[in-house]
Design a protein around this ligand. Structure first.
Ligand code: IVH
Length: 679
């Protein structure tokens, strides 16, 4: 080899070793020592050198991790040592029996076990010769698998060269290819964005990614790997125990579960099961159980195998978190705020340790995305204490003829609780009932809000009382509050004659109110205290407000199309009008004609917007003075704004005012305006 080529060869070797090391720090130890930019520089240099000298490229170069041209099919690989499966223990008794068999088989006890998580991915075997990765295969039927070497090369956590000066001549490492939870979430989020099909769980995602004929796709999926054992080994002395085998693999730069332990006897196994179960939700990867292995390799050999599983190991499984069942119906639940949440009624199924017969479908977008229909076979998931949910539909099992798509609005044009109209606001995922005052599902919430301090201010009407009044059928809507008498109230829990009298007086007192408070008390969606004030001032009379269409409503400062639609929907609903009529009949009254502010004042009818810091007036004082003069302070600049008052460091409202050609004042300008009503 000429000297120049030898130099390049040496540089290539050096680069590959460095990149391998940094990959290992990053993907296996999760502890990088150089910044990404530096890593990218090394990789770029390697790629350039290899491109300039294709004759010096090697299959175990880290540059190969990006994937190669697609294959036509996977080649078959016969496993040198079969890849067997494990027997399962589903209950404690199975574990106790396993330990007894082991003790009897070895003629002694207690036994030392190596214990580790049972990864929920797919088993693979990795074959190294003289420290270099030569081939990797799936488990297949246990005796013959598929050659997925090109794909495995793209898995950053799998070493392409072993981290040792003196590698074994032949080494087969066994482990699990998985997808970390965070990479799974990311992959599905991307699929959602592109409108593509999502994977049901990380295991399916890992399997689907590893069995790609185009390894460039695998490379983009970010698979992970954990080693849990060995196959054929030649040219290396093996340690005496399984835990030391894993430690040895770790030294060769393979990722090995941090959660592994060595424990004694069946008590140790069960304690580990509980400990791992408690950590399960917080682990970066999915597990479906724990694996227990007799620690001493000589004991493992002595125990041997039955059929296709070892006698020296067992998988102790957690109750499945996902199960298959069918959707018998889709119904809706009306929440306290009027939201209609679709719920799948399921054929009961045991999942995550309990029997599940309902699963949330969240909202219409979710139903559309997963395309869940009545009669569908679905995967339901219940993880930990999380509400069960439908993960995916098994499309192949959809009944024929196909059931219709499920559309909440079409199926429930009116609320199943109260018969009021149901709407879906523009740009919103949720569907709502518009019968705010009347709907039983919203009853307690509506009454509590109605009585609250800033609304009708009925002192003493708290959550406990509302619960009792509603549960006993004494109050169905706010109007019923005005029909309560002393005897009824005194008969409630925790109510004496005196407190009942006080409450009655508070109810009576609330009859004299303002239009703004009354409008706020109705609990119209998107109508807070300020908007209620604006509406009262603008319309002056309740009848005028109730008659206003969306166009008229948007004339009110700060009322946009969404708020206007909520208001119009609310008053369009006959049930709400009925309750309002009853309230008025009960004697609720407010000063008519005028709104909440003086009709005349220097700023009557004017809308101002404040931005930046005013030199001497605080924001609150400025606001109070403007309101005292009959003006209104709005939160954002629009065509309806009359003046923008700008202090130091004004924000985007200032620019907006300039764009719209709205008069801009400073503090002296505002003070003058307050005095004269003009500038
Ligand atoms: S040991 C001779 N250890 O479980 C058996 N397997 O049913 C060697 N698995 O196909 C398997 N985590 O895919 C072993 N820590 C672990 C494991 C594990 C997951 C899977 C593996 C295997 C299946 C056995």
């Amino acid at each position: 080899m000429p000297a120049a080529e030898a130099r390049i060869q040496a540089r290539l070797e050096r680069l590959r070793a460095e990149i391998d090391y940094h990959n290992y720090r990053y993907y296996v130890l999760d502890d990088p020592v150089i910044p990404d930019a530096e890593f990218d520089r090394l990789m770029r240099e390697l790629l350039e050198l290899e491109a300039a000298h294709p004759e010096l490229a090697t299959p175990d170069s880290p540059s190969r991790r990006v994937g190669a041209a697609p294959l036509k099919a996977f080649a078959q690989v016969a496993h040198q040592v079969p890849m067997l499966s494990l027997n399962n223990a589903l209950e404690e008794a199975d574990v106790v029996a396993f330990d007894r068999r082991v003790r009897e088989g070895l003629g002694r006890g207690p036994i030392e076990y190596a214990v580790e998580p049972k990864f929920d991915g797919l088993a693979i075997t990795l074959h190294y010769e003289d420290g270099r990765f030569v081939q990797g295969a799936t488990r297949g039927d246990g005796y013959t698998g598929e050659d997925v070497s090109a794909n495995l090369r793209t898995v950053q956590a799998i070493p392409l060269r072993l981290g040792t000066e003196a590698p074994p001549r032949w080494l087969e490492v066994r482990g699990e290819v998985i997808m970390l939870k965070r990479d799974f979430e990311r992959l599905n989020a991307e699929a959602r964005e592109k409108g593509e099909k999502e994977f049901a769980n990380p295991r399916n995602a890992a399997a689907g990614s590893l069995r790609q004929l185009d390894s460039r796709i695998t490379a983009r999926r970010r698979l992970a790997f954990y080693a849990y054992g060995i196959g054929r080994v030649e040219g290396a002395g093996l340690p005496e125990t399984h835990d030391r085998v894993l430690a040895w693999l770790e030294g060769l730069r393979f990722p090995v579960a941090r959660e592994r332990r060595v424990v004694q006897g069946v008590e140790g196994l069960l304690a580990y099961f509980a400990e791992l179960g408690a950590k399960r939700a917080g682990l970066p990867y999915e597990i479906d159980g724990a694996v227990y292995k007799v620690n001493r390799l000589a004991d493992q050999r002595a125990l041997g195998f039955v059929a296709r599983a070892p006698r020296f190991a067992i998988a102790h499984k957690y109750p499945a978190q996902e199960e298959l069942t069918t959707v018998e119906a889709i119904e809706v639940q009306v929440g306290r705020t009027g939201t209609l949440t679709p719920v799948a009624r399921l054929k009961p199924v045991f999942v995550g340790g309990v029997t599940v017969s309902n699963a949330t479908l969240h909202n219409q977008d979710e139903i559309d995305r997963k395309d869940v229909r009545v009669g569908d076979a679905v995967i339901v998931r219940r993880a930990g204490d999380v509400i069960p949910e439908v993960v995916a539909v098994v499309r192949e099992r959809r009944p024929r003829p196909e059931p219709e798509r499920f559309d909440i609005l079409a199926r429930y044009p009116v609320c199943p609780e109260c018969g009021s109209r149901v709407v879906r606001e523009e740009g919103e995922a949720v569907v709502r009932c518009t019968g705010g005052l009347y709907c039983p599902a919203q009853r307690k919430q509506a009454i509590l809000h109605f009585a609250s301090r800033r609304a009708m201010d009925i002192d003493g009407l708290g959550e406990r009382l509302v619960d009792q009044l509603v549960d006993r059928g004494l109050v169905h809507n706010p109007a019923d509050l005005y029909r309560l008498d002393l005897a009824t109230l005194a008969g409630l829990e925790r109510m004496a004659e005196k407190s009942a009298g006080n409450l009655l007086a508070a109810i009576e007192k609330s009859k004299h109110t303002t239009l703004a408070r009354f409008v706020f008390a109705l609990g119209i969606r998107n109508v807070g205290e300020q908007t209620a004030k604006d509406l009262a001032r603008h319309f002056g009379r309740l009848e005028a407000l109730m008659a206003a269409d969306e166009g008229r409503l948007t004339e009110v400062p700060d009322v946009g199309p969404v708020v206007a639609a909520s208001i119009a929907d609310f008053f369009r609903e006959p049930h709400n009008r009925e309750v309002i009529a009853k309230l008025v009949a009960a004697g609720l009254a407010w000063p008519e004609g005028a709104g909440t502010a003086p009709a005349a004042g220097a700023l009557a009818g004017k809308t101002l917007v404040l931005t930046g810091t005013l030199p001497s007036l605080g924001r609150e004082e400025a606001k109070a003075r403007i309101e005292a003069a009959g003006g209104k302070v709005a939160g954002s600049v629009s065509k309806k704004t009359d003046y923008v008052v700008a202090g130091a460091e004004p924000g985007s409202k200032y620019t907006k005012a300039q764009e719209l050609g709205i008069a801009i004042l400073d503090e002296p300008g505002l003070l003058k305006l307050l005095e004269q009503g003009d500038v």
